[in-house]
Design a protein around this ligand. Sequence first.
Ligand SMILES: Cc1ncc(COP(=O)(O)O)c(C=O)c1O
Length: 348
Amino acid sequence: MYAIDTEKPSAALEGAVDLRSDTVTRPTAAMRRAMAEAEVGDDVYREDPTIIALEERVAALLGHEAALFVPSGTMGNQIGMRLVCEPGEEVLADADAHVFTYELGAAAALFGLSSRTVTSPAGRLDADLFIAQVRPRGDWHVVPTAAIAVENTHNRGGGIVQPLDELQKLWDWSRSAGVAVHLDGARLFNAAVATGKDLATYGRLADTASVCLSKGLGAPVGSVLVSSAERIAQGRLWRKRLGGGMRQAGVLAAAGLYALDHHVDRLAEDHEHARLLADRLGRDPSAVETNIVVVDGVNAPVVAEAAKAQGVLVGQVGPSRLRLVTHLDVDRAGVDRAVEVLGPLVAR
Ligand SMILES: Cc1ncc(COP(=O)(O)O)c(C=O)c1O
């Protein structure tokens, strides 16, 4: 499942309906043209106009002062958390959060941050559960809680959108408590499209927030971290230390700008496809809030293998749980094909 892969890399199955993740999209012809035509410069010298344009645009969209283009969501999250947490302090997050489940212990390995988890049903934020777990600064017996990381939408929670009232409650409490909020917004665009709220509605309820361009938006690479100008200046140093200072990376930022212009509203189509998939596979479509369908109660490796043999790729997130993610490269015919193949395999 997530074991170290010692096999030779394999080319993506040509023509397969790939529902493993929304990270598998390939740049469209129009996106590639935008990339080819991008004006570029050396971004370590802050001379790449396309990166600057992307950073300014995303900062404004999320209601923050400044932004930093980073190669991946992992780097955006890790720098974001480091900016609000000192070594020896802790970040609290949901037990299934990406930042602690899939980022290979980076917060500890790279930055000396302590992590503690709070179990919330399906990853859905309950502000009081977190508030009750916060440990104070200045008590020499305990690790002080510097930050809380929230994931929206929640990947392992099946793409659920975090409830705005709980986000607001956590934010209001955090201001007087002196605890920061980091938002892992890898799929924040999906949350915004699903709820009809603008990104700033969510962005303003976080001190640092990272959004991905390479998930549902279909860019090949890139995430953007937003925060105050002061923190982002520090973040730029951390990015360089981590080897993420890129040069003429405006070709990548151009893909992100193209995606912001052309691939945001269409996320509604992915959400519709996900509901359709759930419904036609005998699962509850009302449980699908965005572009992720969770299929429980199956022999995951057996179903995944059988589906792959018929050209449908699915993700395994547990021994009896599959994850199907819709995206730009799965059209209605792809959904139909997936139902045809998966239907008999996941029938209850
Ligand atoms: C919720 C969430 N956060 C962060 C990331 C990390 O993004 P990247 O793969 O670009 O490091 C992912 C990747 O799938 C994710 O799903």
